[in-house]
Design a binder for this molecule. Structure first.
Ligand code: SF4
Length: 455
């Protein structure tokens, strides 16, 4: 065995776990390659939040048996935790199974393979140390940092508490040390990760997420800090105040509401009402003008009738989210919602999803069009996906912004002021308004070049 490749499905957490896996795999002496077709070991870092990805992963094991028959597969991530040992029977090419709580044992799994043994490592050990020094990050400008792992909310539709375990927060000082390390290595932006990040509590001092964010936002050298995913139940006034105080805290929030009907929210065990959610959004917008808020919505949850769904549509219209991640409900093994008898038909779910996207896209387009003519502060991520003659970056409000390279001396990680000239529902296009700058960053005596994505 000489080389390995990783294929990743799912959320930011999984993408960050792939960065952790890469670091540990490199320590085994194997070289990372991008293309699985010639790799000796292929890690499938899987997601089980919805049904379709699970099927895709199982069929991927079969595909690889045909296209790269000599490769050994390690199934990692949430499907590994959910399916466990049974995955070894899915194909003789499956060499090990490694749950998300066992990432640091991938080297052990490789050594066992080298001795001809197949292993299964699942479950969680809250005492296990988190090693951040070995993380191999793909981006040189934006570093993901885990704040807490798992979730203890037990929403009735969600597998995360089962596949990633109950929430375990990392120590405050350890997170700060990791952020400092990233800044020293030139990262401009830090993205803090947690399933319910604002439920964070330092296990040593009891410090909450507002205190952690405040400390991170004060780190000299950092251009921007962002965090996902927030739960409405834990969004405190103090957290709103920290966001309002620090201009380096991104004017972007991901705040799932899931359903617009209180009856459905209760069945989902979300533990807030529509009215409380609306009040929270209003308070955040008042304190942090221009904040871009995205959300998650589930359509066709068991028992959702037309009037429930219309309440969801109506909330989308009135709250005007920058981006909506919407999914049709899919029953996940072991979750209470699977047992509800009043399941909604696939046809109705699909129709509702289309209706919802029509509203969400129209609102996103309207919001983006209002940005035409404005100057946004954009951190350059790399080449645009559509054209190598354009740069692509993210605005303070986490909007994708493309702009031409021509006539601009810029590097990945630069902060550029871009004047927006065109808008679609999902991205913006503009032109650089000033020459590139390595500033402003926190601690520099330079005023911000541009306002947040205000409208
Ligand atoms: S808050 Fe609910 S939906 Fe989010 S990860 Fe936890 S259980 Fe899942």
């Amino acid at each position: 065995m000489k080389t390995f490749a990783i294929e990743t499905w799912g959320c930011q957490m999984n993408h960050h776990d792939s960065e952790r896996l890469t670091g540990f795999m490199k320590l085994t002496g194997l070289d990372a390659v991008e293309d699985s077709s010639g790799a000796d070991v292929i890690l499938l870092n899987t997601c089980s939040v919805r049904e379709r990805p699970v099927h895709k992963i199982l069929s991927r094991i079969g595909d690889l048996a045909r296209t790269n028959p000599s490769a050994v597969i390690g199934v990692c991530g949430c499907v590994a935790q959910q399916e466990g040992e049974s995955l070894l029977r899915r194909g003789s090419n499956v060499g090990f199974v490694l749950g998300p709580g066992q990432v640091q044992r991938v080297g052990e799994a490789i050594r066992a393979l080298q001795q001809g043994r197949r292993t299964v490592f699942t479950g969680f050990d809250p005492e296990q140390e988190y090693c951040f020094h070995t993380i191999f990050r793909k981006s040189s400008t934006r570093g993901m940092v885990t704040v807490a792992e798992g979730c203890g909310e037990y929403c009735t539709f969600c597998v995360v508490p089962h596949t990633r375990g109950r929430e375990v927060s990392r120590p405050f000082d350890e997170i700060l040390a990791e952020v400092r390390l990233l800044v020293r290595t030139g990262m401009r932006e830090v993205e803090l990760l947690g399933q319910t990040i604002n439920a964070y509590r330092c296990p040593a001092s009891g410090a909450d997420f507002a205190q952690l964010l405040d400390a991170i936002a004060r780190e000299p050298g950092l251009a921007r800090v962002r965090f996902i995913t927030s739960h409405p139940r834990y969004f405190t006034d103090r957290l709103i105040e920290v966001m309002a105080t620090h201009s380096h805290v991104s004017r972007y929030l991901h705040l799932p509401f899931q359903a617009g009907s209180n009856r459905i929210l209760e069945r989902m065990h979300r533990r807030y009402t529509r009215e409380q959610y609306v009040d929270l959004i209003n308070r955040i917008r008042e304190a942090v003008p221009g904040v871009n808020i995205s959300t998650d919505v589930i359509v066709g949850f068991p028992g959702e009738d037309e009037s429930d769904f219309e309440r969801t549509l109506n909330l989308l219209e009135s709250l005007r989210f920058g981006q909506v991640f919407a999914f049709a409900f899919s029953a996940r093994p072991g979750t209470p919602a699977t047992r509800y008898r009043d399941q909604v038909s696939e046809e109705v779910k699909s129709q509702r999803l289309q209706r919802l996207f029509a509203v969400a896209d129209r609102v996103s387009l309207e919001l983006n069009e209002k940005l035409i003519g404005q100057h946004l502060q954009v951190i350059v991520d790399g080449d645009s996906r559509r054209s190598s003659s354009d740069w692509q970056g993210r605005s303070d409000g986490n909007r994708v912004v493309n702009f031409p390279k021509q006539g601009l001396t810029a590097r990945v990680g630069d902060v550029i002021q871009v004047r927006i000239t065109r808008a679609s529902a999902h991205s913006l296009y503009g032109e650089a308004a000033v020459a590139s700058s390595r500033l402003p960053v926190l601690g520099a005596s330079v005023a911000p070049l541009a306002a947040p994505d205000s409208m």
